[in-house]
Write a protein that binds this ligand. Structure first.
Ligand SMILES: Cc1cc2nc3c(=O)[nH]c(=O)nc-3n(C[C@H](O)[C@H](O)[C@H](O)COP(=O)(O)OP(=O)(O)OC[C@H]3O[C@@H](n4cnc5c(N)ncnc54)[C@H](O)[C@@H]3O)c2cc1C
Length: 470
């Protein structure tokens, strides 16, 4: 029997496994995917949001704790636990040394629509390189790893972990960390959570999953049904508008289309429906999936002109290109007259000041509903481009309630030996909204806490048994 069982194979699970092993525990990690698909959503990531009081290797200026906290408070509208959030924020000031020791390297922010040079440290080689580095480190330290190992339920006694089950197999350990992601890949559960709109459409039928197909929420459901305290709303998630041509799973980062704040967004009736320039893109990109989900047919169309080219990260699929606006409408299959009416109204309402995409500039619309409050430039410079966009679910926020020790709670009482990390508890910090890079901040912080606590629980059990002469 191993001391610590870690269930999951992404960032949070690996951080937990490494930390528990460093604390002297024997560790078994169970990853449901085959080896070549290991790493969950973490393999698709690019960066980690970090507080810092002075410039660091790859981070410019400063990003103090209170600014980070205010940013989080803003996007969540207060749906966050301040103590846990600050724990995450503070740990990002120092966790990169630990990550570096396990083979993760960083590079400065890439240029593009995300204003991240100050706030986000990018992984050299992306999340896949990070995950591979952690797996290599885990193997070197003697963590046992099993792939193709989907756990379907946990055996619990009075809120304590006893064993995990894979089919008929029963795997015991003295403590356990669950870090098995959200339920974003369970399409039935998504349908249940998002329901139908007034047109009788099941919203989730048109969703794409940006990450792994293996995060099906099996253990989340199992634990909630077994009495674990849940937190968060099942319909809240990180949901981005992505290219409608993206694959159903694992399209990853390159299917994101980052030009929304540089142009206008229309629904299939060729109407605008939200302020495209409300705030900086890293603080707003994760609301657009939800906004598109609420539109008829769950589809949106981002429209830009050639002034926007070079100002955002080029997406993997080229946009539909046209020399005239009416031709663009035709190619996108939108009603030409309505499209031209919307663009003409928008162009006429633009009050152009000093365009600066790195600031909340003074280019805005007047007398238009909805307004575009920044970066409003008329669409007047061909060629024009359009991208059809669908809601792309990144991860869901329904999770398990935790305390600062990452303990799973049952009826308000923290478990002695069952801990949770990553997406499965991110809802404690992120009730809604998103800040780019905070997913990995939460997973890294709580993964390491969970690993430490799981190892400590083993020591306490051992001490108790020694004392009792077992
Ligand atoms: C395209 C994309 C880009 C992203 N970019 C960023 C970014 O740049 N920065 C950032 O902070 N966040 C980003 N995120 C979010 C980030 O991926 C998550 O917040 C983070 O990876 C969560 O880590 P995790 O370990 O909890 O989950 P995951 O990495 O998804 O790991 C969950 C693991 O559990 C395994 N598993 C699931 N069920 C079971 C089971 N029953 N038994 C055994 N194993 C199971 C899965 O196979 C998987 O390996 C991105 C997500 C996506 C999809």
């Amino acid at each position: 029997m191993h001391d610590v069982l870690v269930i999951g194979g992404g960032n949070a699970a690996l951080c937990a496994a490494l930390t528990a092993r460093e604390a002297g525990a024997s560790v078994l990690l169970l990853e449901s995917s085959p080896r070549e698909w290991r790493g969950g959503n973490s393999q698709h990531t690019r960066n980690l949001r970090c507080m810092h009081d002075a410039p660091q290797d790859v981070l410019v200026d400063a990003y103090p704790e209170d600014e980070y906290w205010r940013d989080l408070l803003g996007v969540t509208g207060g749906l966050t636990d301040e103590a846990l959030a600050r724990l995450v924020i503070r740990s990002t000031a120092t966790c990169r040394d630990w990550m570096h020791r396990h083979g993760v390297h960083f590079q400065p922010s890439l240029s593009g629509a995300l204003h991240t040079a100050r706030t986000n440290a990018f992984f050299m080689g992306g999340g896949k390189a990070l995950v591979n580095a952690y797996y290599r480190s885990a193997a070197r330290l003697g963590v046992d790893i099993r792939y193709d190992a989907p756990v379907h339920s946990l055996e619990l006694r009075d809120g304590e972990f006893v064993a995990a089950r894979i089919g008929r197999e029963r795997i015991t350990a003295r403590s356990c960390v669950v870090a098995a992601g959200g339920f974003e890949s369970d399409r039935e559960w998504l349908s249940e959570a998002w329901g139908q709109n007034e047109h009788g459409e099941w919203l989730a039928d048109n969703f794409l999953i940006r990450g792994t197909r293996f995060n099906r929420g099996v253990l989340l459901k199992n634990l909630i049904e077994s009495g674990a305290d849940a937190i968060g709303d099942p319909s809240q998630s990180h949901c981005v508008a992505i290219d409608a041509r993206a694959p159903l799973y694992d399209g990853g980062i390159c299917t994101r289309v980052d030009c929304v704040s540089l142009g206008i967004m229309l629904n299939r009736n060729a109407e605008r429906f939200y302020d495209e320039g409300e705030d900086f893109w890293p603080k707003r990109y994760a609301i657009w999936g939800r906004l598109v989900a609420r539109q008829p047919g769950q589809i949106g169309y981002a429209i830009i002109d050639s002034k926007a080219i070079g100002r955002f990260m080029p997406p993997v699929f080229p946009g539909i290109r046209a020399e005239t606006l009416d031709d663009l409408a035709r190619q996108l299959g939108l009603d030409e007259a309505r499209f031209m009416g919307t663009v003409t109204d928008y162009n006429a309402a633009c009050r152009v000041g000093r365009f600066d995409h790195t600031l909340l500039d003074d280019c805005h619309t007047e007398g238009l509903t909805p307004a575009k409050t920044h970066w409003a430039l008329p669409l007047d410079t061909p060629p024009y481009y359009g991208y059809a966009l669908r809601p792309g679910i990144t991860f869901t926020y329904l999770g398990l309630k935790v305390n600062e020790h990452a303990a799973v709670h049952f009826g308000g009482r923290p478990s002695r030996n069952l801990f949770v990390a990553g997406e499965m508890m991110a809802g404690n910090v992120l009730g809604k909204g998103y800040l780019a890079g905070i997913g990995m901040s939460i997973g890294t912080t709580f993964g390491r806490i969970a690993g430490t606590q799981a190892a400590r629980a083993v020591q306490e059990t051992n001490a108790r048994e020694r004392h009792a002469g077992v």
